[in-house]
Design a binder for this molecule. Structure first.
Ligand SMILES: *Cc1c(COP(=O)(O)O)cnc(C)c1O
Length: 238
């Protein structure tokens, strides 16, 4: 459990890192959004961070996220929190994702996008999605291949109940920061290519606790940060 004081300090430190990285890259500080990744952390911890002003939260596991979101909403129905799904998606789990989230960062197949589109409830705004791309050329990692991205993005952009916002990636774990820098640069080039083809994309979801400055230097517009804000995760869930 984290004290509110530590949470405040860590949150302030992450906001400072984002600002500093923007300044170094000659970018405006409001060109990067912070997504607080709350997987494995409690509803009380999410509420404590919301109390400090954070509004966008990311979750990976539906079984964990749905009851947490429900209890937070029950306690503070007035808080306009924005929930992002960032974990792997099984096709039999698309309905609750389409019903409960504002964003999905981890779309990697057209079939999943089509199900989310079909299952997005009428009357809700279009579901914001990012196409997850595997820029690490590693069979074990999720995400579509960079060569498939243009076709997939074109098809997803046609779905009326989804709004394709951009691209997301999780580079392989690497001790060498220059490797992540190269991976992020690949995603950014792909993003620029898709925009040049006419897709109205505005989001590059890249960078986590350990590499957010590198990601911002390479053009990230949304960093997904968990442990640097909430502290070390107690479980081994990645
Ligand atoms: C867990 C997770 C994060 C946050 O990781 P930290 O290293 O704790 O910042 C970001 N993105 C995804 C997809 C994750 O699963």
């Amino acid at each position: 459990m984290n004290g509110q004081f530590e949470l405040r300090e860590r949150y302030a430190a992450v906001l400072r890192q984002i600002n500093d990285a923007c300044a170094l890259a000659n970018r405006s500080p409001d060109s990067v959004r912070l997504l607080a990744v709350s997987k494995t952390f409690s509803a009380a911890e999410v509420l404590a961070l919301a109390q400090l002003g954070q509004r966008a939260f990311g979750e990976n596991y539906l079984q964990e996220a749905l009851p947490k979101m429900a209890s937070i909403h029950a306690e503070r129905p007035d808080l306009p929190l924005e929930w992002h799904f960032i974990g792997p998606i099984q096709s039999n789990k698309t309905r609750p994702i389409a019903e409960s989230f504002a964003w999905v960062h981890s779309v990697e197949r057209l079939k999943i996008a089509e199900r989310l589109n079909d299952q997005r409830p009428a009357g809700m705004p279009a579901l914001n999605v990012c196409l997850q791309v595997n820029v690490s050329a590693e069979a074990s990692k999720s995400g579509c291949a960079p060569e498939e991205a243009a076709n997939l993005a074109g098809a997803i952009a046609m779905l009326p109940n989804l709004r394709l916002r951009g691209l997301m990636t999780i580079p392989e774990a690497a001790a060498d920061p220059s490797l992540h820098s190269r991976r992020f640069a690949v995603l950014r080039r792909l993003f620029e290519e898709l925009r040049a083809r006419g897709l109205a994309l505005d989001t590059l979801s890249m960078g986590m606790s350990s590499d957010l400055q590198t990601a911002i230097a390479e053009g990230s517009t949304m960093v997904r940060v968990g442990s640097a804000i909430f502290g070390t995760r107690a479980t081994k869930l990645a």
